[in-house]
Design a protein around this ligand. Structure first.
Ligand code: URA
Length: 213
C-alpha cells in the first residue's frame, strides 16, 4: 500500500488494532500525545535513522521519536557524539534539541501493544515510510535499528530482502543510498549485552566517515 503523504493524520485508521490501542490510551492519558509520531529532523538531511515504533511511555507520550524512551538515551547521545545534533537532549520535545543533517522516523508510526507491530501493520505503515524516504532530496545514508526496520526499509528502497540480509554492522548499497544496519538500541538489547555502546558507536562512526568522504 502506498500512502499519499509522508505523515499519517492524527486519527489514521489504516491499522484497526493500533487505532483501538491508541483510543484506549487517549482515554486513559488524555494529556499524552497518543497519535502517529511524526519524523523529527530536517527533510534535506543526508542521514535517516529508522526505528521500530514509538514506545508507549516514550514517543507515544511525548510525540517525538525516541524521546522519553530508554532507547533514546543511547541514540541521542551517539548522534551528538558524531556531530548530528546541536543543543541538549532532555527527553522532552521542547528541549530545543536540533538534529543536524539527520532525521529520525519509525517503521511503524503508532505505538503497538507489547511493542510488537504485526506484519500487516508494518506493510501498511510502509506507505508512509516510502514517501518519507523519497521526500528527502539529499538522502545518502540510512541507519536501520533492528531487523524489522531493516526489512521494511529494504523493501521501501525497492530492493529484494535477499539482496540485503540483516546483520549488525552490515552495509548494503541500494541505488544512491548506503544502508547501515544495527541491532535496535532497546533497553533489552543493551542490558543483555546484545548491543554495547561501542558496537552502536561503531555504526555511527562508519556513517560519519561515509558522509565525510
Ligand atoms: N522509540 C521510538 O520512537 N522508536 C523505537 O524504535 C523505540 C523507541
Amino acid at each position: 500500500m502506498v500512502g499519499i503523504t509522508a505523515e499519517p493524520g492524527r486519527d489514521c485508521s489504516l491499522c484497526p488494532r493500533l487505532a483501538a490501542f491508541r483510543q484506549t490510551w487517549r482515554e486513559r492519558e488524555p494529556l499524552w500525545f497518543n497519535a502517529p509520531v511524526p519524523s523529527f529532523g530536517p527533510v534535506d538531511a543526508r542521514l535517516l535513522i529508522v526505528g521500530l515504533a514509538p514506545g508507549l511511555r516514550g514517543a507515544n507520550r511525548t510525540g517525538r521519536p525516541f524521546t522519553g524512551d530508554y532507547a533514546g538515551e543511547l541514540l541521542y547521545a551517539t548522534l551528538h557524539e558524531y556531530g548530528f545534533s546541536r543543543g541538549k537532549f532532555d527527553a522532552r520535545p521542547d528541549d530545543g534539541l536540533e538534529l543536524i543533517d539527520a532525521r529520525i522516523t519509525n517503521a511503524v508510526r503508532c505505538v503497538p501493544p507489547e511493542n510488537k507491530p504485526v506484519p500487516a501493520e508494518i506493510n501498511t505503515c510502509r506507505g508512509f515510510l516510502s514517501p518519507t524516504i523519497t521526500e528527502m532530496p539529499k538522502l545518502r545514508a540510512v541507519v536501520v535499528l533492528g531487523r524489522i526496520a531493516h526489512e521494511t526499509t529494504v523493501k521501501a528502497l525497492g530492493a529484494k530482502r535477499a539482496a540485503a540480509p540483516f546483520k549488525h554492522g552490515g552495509l548494503a548499497i541500494i541505488g544512491a543510498i548506503t544502508l547501515f544496519s544495527s541491532y535496535h538500541c532497546s533497553r533489552y538489547n543493551t542490558n543483555t549485552g546484545v548491543l554495547t555502546t561501542d558496537m552502536f558507536r561503531a555504526v555511527f562512526a562508519a556513517v560519519r566517515k561515509h558522509l565525510d568522504s
